[in-house]
Design a protein around this ligand. Structure first.
Ligand code: RBV
Length: 427
């Protein structure tokens, strides 16, 4: 439970301990210095306050990077009410620092399921006119429990691949009640955050929870989407022998051309030293796989939900269980083999490390900010469907990012532009 001194009804927050705010502020300062795109948007809109009148409910990991987004939205005039989207991803010092400077926030590390749903309700009490999601929990709560709020909502944004899939399915069934912008699908989001962010932060989580040597290990990556690709690439870079498991033929083929072995999980289960799931699908590692694993195998997940590894089935196989180190549970099976589960099968990068580095979240959250701004301005004219980010926005964000790194790129000349569309020109 959150400490008593973390709860203040008058100020509308509930965090672990408000006294952690000093440390949290330092962490946020650190992130700010590595998020130049978002900070330039803060500077740009600080005076005109185009988000005035916007009440944003957010449900996304409470990290130092999220704090930079929250404070940018507030600087642009919005009021916010926030909760974390994962019981293990909240950085308590960051939550405290946000609360201490007047952000309404309800979240703490290690909350239980009841508390987890309670905190969403708190943010909805605020009657938002915009929502921001990571995994669609908030949007789902509006749709299933508070549909009466929907007419007052101009729109919402969704950060993740899994959330966007579900929302597209909902829109196809005609069930979506307000417009959503698929932030995940921006090129400056998925092609950076999902690949390089997940690649680095997942290895970071594995190393913090286990401190194992990656070189020479057989490293099994389940799912070769953007996240799996990033993880496989970085694990190979550290000297691991990567095996990929897939269900999609084209993705499997791509993995082979990167030099990875591809096989079924049934086979890989016998070979792997380290397993990581990145599929967005449930039951990727189940009982029959645990039964085949080598002594000492390490298992973790970097997909959004914690259902990719079937831990209930592992529980039925165990003789003993103990926490061997932080975020690392040792399961001793009846035949004496040991299997180690990191971060309870939840997002290993956010639970055992700090999530993606600030430099990639800079672009993801610049997309969040600009999408919320667009919804504030045009939300009432958009259909209740899932909308893409304008291509122009991607190019603008990438351009600012390059310029903050002192890089200037070439420009096409007028003649080159004409050449590109001149279908009469020969070879
Ligand atoms: N993610 N956020 C962070 N440091 O704030 N790290 C990862 C952070 C997001 C990422 O954008 C991904 O889509 C989502 O977490 C998965 O829940």
């Amino acid at each position: 439970m959150a400490k008593k001194n973390g709860y203040d009804e008058g100020k509308k927050y509930k965090v672990r301990d408000i006294e952690l705010a000093v440390d949290g502020r330092k962490r946020i300062d650190w992130a700010e210095s590595r998020m130049p795109v978002l900070m330039s948007l803060r500077e740009k809109y600080r005076k005109t306050k185009p988000m005035k009148g916007m009440r944003i409910a957010g449900c996304i990991h409470v990290t130092k990077e999220t704090a930079v987004l929250v404070e940018t939205l507030r600087a642009a005039g919005a009021q916010v009410s926030w909760s974390g989207c994962n019981p293990l991803s909240t950085q308590d010092d960051v939550g405290a620092a946000l609360a201490a400077t007047g952000t309404s926030i309800y979240t703490w590390h290690g909350m239980n399921t009841k508390e987890f749903y309670w905190r969403i309700e708190q943010t909805l009490n605020f009657k938002p006119n915009l929502t921001l999601d990571d995994g669609a929990d908030l949007i789902m709560t509006v749709h299933t429990k508070h549909p009466g709020l929907a007419p007052g909502i101009l729109g919402g944004t969704e950060e993740t691949t899994t959330g966007v899939h579900r929302l597209r399915a909902m829109a196809d069934d005609g069930k979506l009640l307000y417009p959503i912008i698929a932030v995940n699908d921006a090129e400056t989001k998925w092609d950076f955050d999902n690949v390089y962010g997940t690649g680095q932060s997942s290895l970071d989580g594995i190393l913090r929870a286990s401190s194992v040597l990656l070189a020479g290990k057989t490293f099994v990556v389940a799912g070769y989407g953007h996240c799996g690709r990033g993880v496989a690439m970085r694990a190979a870079g550290m000297g691991a022998n990567v095996i990929v498991t897939e269900v999609k033929a084209t993705a499997a083929l791509k993995a082979t051309l990167e030099g990875f072995r591809v096989m079924k999980m049934d086979q890989a289960a016998k070979l792997g030293d380290i397993f990581i799931t990145a599929t967005g699908m449930k039951d990727i590692i189940v009982k029959k796989h645990f039964e085949r694993m080598k002594d000492g195998a390490l298992v973790c997940n970097t997909g959004h939900y914690d259902c990719e590894i079937n831990i209930e089935e592992l529980e039925t196989l165990k003789k003993r269980k103990r926490t061997i180190r932080e975020n690392n549970e040792e399961y001793t099976l009846k035949d004496g083999r040991r299997v180690y589960v990191l971060a309870q099968g939840r997002l290993v990068n956010l639970a055992a490390a700090e999530g993606h580095p600030s430099e990639v979240m800079d672009m993801s959250f610049a997309n969040q900010f600009l999408s919320l701004l667009r919804l504030a301005r045009e939300g009432k004219n958009l259909d209740a469907a899932v909308h893409d980010i304008p291509v122009k926005q991607d190019q603008e964000i990438a351009k600012i990012k390059l310029s903050t790194q002192g890089m200037v790129i070439d420009k096409l000349s007028k003649e080159q532009i004409e050449y590109a569309t001149d279908y009469l020109a020969g070879t």
